[in-house]
Design a protein around this ligand. Structure first.
Ligand SMILES: Cc1cc2nc3c(=O)[nH]c(=O)nc-3n(C[C@H](O)[C@H](O)[C@H](O)COP(=O)(O)OP(=O)(O)OC[C@H]3O[C@@H](n4cnc5c(N)ncnc54)[C@H](O)[C@@H]3O)c2cc1C
Length: 412
């Protein structure tokens, strides 16, 4: 590859935080609210125009592994349920509108005194030995720096840590990651006609709504790339649809992300046309939006002081410094077309297991905490704790810990 040299330039230190958080998904948003409520001067840097990550930019606002979770996540779910904009569904999971989450997270972040910076991507890091001194950001304002006492990487893919030179792993032993999925919001189908296809509800007569939808799609003349396609009814005639699998995607390569997004969007439109052509309950079905961001299940896993392993999950290991108890099973989506989740897991079954604080502490940088799906774990353990009930709970713990570790505020 050819290289050019960029001229050295002066970067303005535009922000100075006690706790600087990169990424505002379920983990980063909860980290920011926790740090803000603990009184730390908190900066949240998010590349999208909203917090929430997969819940909002990914359009998949179905929260798994929430039944044993309290704290900020419970508060968030209860405020939404009290407004009649979401509820607990199959197996106690929580479903709401992506838009509701945007609004509630904005409110909770602002009420906690968090300085929110949307439309801003973390694009570099400055280190002084084992300390991270600045996150570098790119936005319409150009390149800027944010100084911080403690940083939290909650970018999902571990961008801040990798930019700071931290060690990480990605994918399975061969470096293969789980497929991505592009989610759509669908309207024009009625809840009362579609009970049997609604994955948000307890399955009727033990019949799996996903298998029934797959058969319906076969009747419409196609097989979706995701063999466990799901439709989830939120409210009114608003549904979330997850029916694509993008195999072989490289979550760190914009060319791959672009190609797979276009491919998935085309597949979604083909699915919509085929289902509508069935007529009957499908005759008015419409995709009204596809997600601004393709849903990435797996990116980098950053090396921490402790690495959560498959053995921990199988043994149901507990820790004295636990910050989250994961109840969700191991869940590796097929790594290639034609394979199944069962083949990937080879019969492995986890028991509820703990995430220790040490898995949130970077092994390479002393003032860097990890939150969400990028924490220190192996391929199989990650497939379980990646879900949002756990990511959010881990995020809250990281935020509270960062606030405790930050230098006290100097009175102005
Ligand atoms: C298709 C799909 C379906 C899923 N289904 C479910 C489900 O049904 N229920 C469930 O609970 N979980 C589900 N998951 C798992 C879950 O969504 C994720 O593992 C979870 O979102 C992890 O939270 P996070 O905050 O770590 O990461 P993310 O949600 O990925 O959030 C990361 C945030 O960081 C931001 N960001 C990234 N890079 C930068 C940067 N350089 N600078 C600034 N900001 C940055 C992103 O914009 C994003 O907002 C699903 C995941 C996918 C992909």
């Amino acid at each position: 590859m050819e290289y050019i040299r960029e001229n050295g330039r002066q970067i303005p230190v535009a922000y100075c935080a006690q706790v600087g958080i990169a990424g505002g998904g379920p983990a980063g948003a909860m980290a920011a609210i926790a740090a803000g409520r603990a009184g730390a001067r908190t900066l949240l840097i998010e590349r999208a125009n909203c917090a929430g990550g997969i819940w909002t930019s990914g359009l998949f606002s179905w929260m798994l592994d929430v039944t044993n979770k309290g704290g900020l996540l419970r508060e968030l779910m209860e405020r939404i349920r009290d407004k009649g904009e979401g509820d607990f569904g199959r197996a106690g999971n929580f479903l709401t509108f992506p838009e509701t989450l945007k609004r509630e997270l904005d409110d909770m972040l602002l009420d906690a005194g968090v300085n929110i910076l949307y439309h801003t991507q973390v694009a570099g890091a400055v280190r002084d030995g084992r300390r991270l001194t600045h996150a570098l950001m790119e936005s319409k304002a150009g390149r800027q720096a944010a100084a911080g006492d403690v940083f939290i990487d909650a970018t999902g893919d571990g961008d801040l840590s990798a930019l700071a030179g931290c060690r990480f792993s990605i994918g399975n032993d061969a470096g293969v990651t789980q497929p991505a999925s592009l989610i759509a919001i669908v309207t024009g189908i009625r809840a009362e006609d579609m009970r049997r296809f609604n994955s948000a509800l307890t399955y009727e007569n033990g019949q799996n709504a996903k298998t029934l939808l797959l058969a319906e799609m076969a009747r419409a003349g196609f097989t979706p790339s995701y063999k466990l396609p799901c439709l989830m009814h939120v409210r009114g005639d608003v549904w979330l649809m997850m029916t694509t699998h993008s195999y072989g995607i490289d979550p760190l390569d914009p060319a791959s992300l672009t190609e797979k997004t276009i491919e998935a969007r085309r597949e979604l439109y083909r699915q919509e046309q085929a289902l509508r052509a069935l007529g009957g309950v499908w005759r008015d079905m419409r995709i009204v939006a596809t997600a601004p961001c393709i849903g990435i299940r797996e990116g980098r896993r950053i090396l921490g002081k402790y690495t959560v392993t498959a053995e921990d999950a199988l043994a149901g290991r507990a820790h004295e410094d636990a910050v989250c108890r994961v109840q969700y099973p191991l869940d590796v989506h097929p790594l290639e077309a034609g394979r199944s989740a069962e083949t990937e897991l080879k019969g492995l079954k986890s028991k509820p297991f703990d995430i220790p604080l040490r898995a949130l502490e970077s092994a390479d940088i002393d003032n860097l905490l990890l939150a969400g799906r990028l924490i220190s774990g192996d391929f199989y353990a990650h497939s379980s704790y990646r879900v949002t009930g756990d990511a959010a709970t881990i995020g809250e713990a990281a935020g509270a810990c960062a606030a405790r570790r930050a230098a006290p505020q100097v009175p102005r």
